[in-house]
Design a protein around this ligand. Structure first.
Ligand code: SF4
Ligand code: SF4
Length: 198
């Protein structure tokens, strides 16, 4: 009976002379663990593919396509984000968004609680539908390496970007073989392929 009491007494003496286990945050600095997950921060390497938009469990990432300006914005809403880190984990390029240790995100204006990445839209040359972003297609071409010429339309875009071919306006009607070289959305490409196989 007396030994447990002595053990408690020993613990009390040790605790009394030990530094406090708690931290003084917010009056003092917060001690952040190296693997602490704060907010998701988009990086320059984001290609605007929109993969994380579809995956985010909280619906906190929005994709805004503006065909007038030809721009796509990927917007992270910190007021809706649950800091799960899924957008970082499933990112197409692996480093398009990073969880940074910043966590003091409270404020009075929701408009300020966001971060965004802007990319150039790639539109179907025939119907104007959104295909993806130029950065996304360029990234895919880099992954394909020497197999790039397999997709003629996309390869054609690359040659244009390099200034090796002229950016001429084609008359696309979807009923001739030449249209296979046009940059088309899946629906229009299907029509050309069907025509070509008749
Ligand atoms: S951290 Fe999670 S909740 Fe926040 S934006 Fe990324 S996927 Fe969505
Ligand atoms: S590159 Fe990564 S962060 Fe950027 S839109 Fe695609 S999945 Fe999201």
């Amino acid at each position: 009976m007396k030994y447990p009491k002595l053990r408690e007494l020993k613990e009390a003496v040790i605790s009394f002379f030990s530094p406090a286990a708690t931290v003084k945050y917010p009056s003092g600095p917060a001690i952040i663990h190296p693997r602490f997950r704060g907010k998701p921060q988009p990086q320059d390497t984001c290609i605007g593919c929109g993969g994380c938009v579809k995956w985010c469990p909280a619906g906190a990432i929005k994709e805004i396509n503006d065909t007038e300006t030809g721009k796509r914005k990927i917007v992270w809403h910190y007021d809706e984000c649950i800091m799960c880190g899924e957008c970082e984990r499933i990112c197409t390029t692996k480093d398009g968004v990073k969880m940074v240790p910043e966590f003091e995100l409270a404020g009075f204006d929701r408009e300020l609680m966001r971060a965004e990445k802007e990319c150039d839209l790639l539109l179907c040359e025939f119907c104007g539908a959104v295909i993806s972003t130029r950065e996304h297609v360029k990234w895919m071409l880099e992954q394909l390496g020497e197999k790039q010429p397999a997709n003629l339309a996309i390869f054609n875009e690359k040659l244009k970007a390099l200034g090796l071919t002229e950016d001429t306006k084609r008359k696309i009607s979807l009923d001739k073989r030449d249209d296979l070289f046009a940059l088309l959305c899946p629906k229009c490409r299907h029509r050309v392929n069907i025509y070509d196989s008749l």
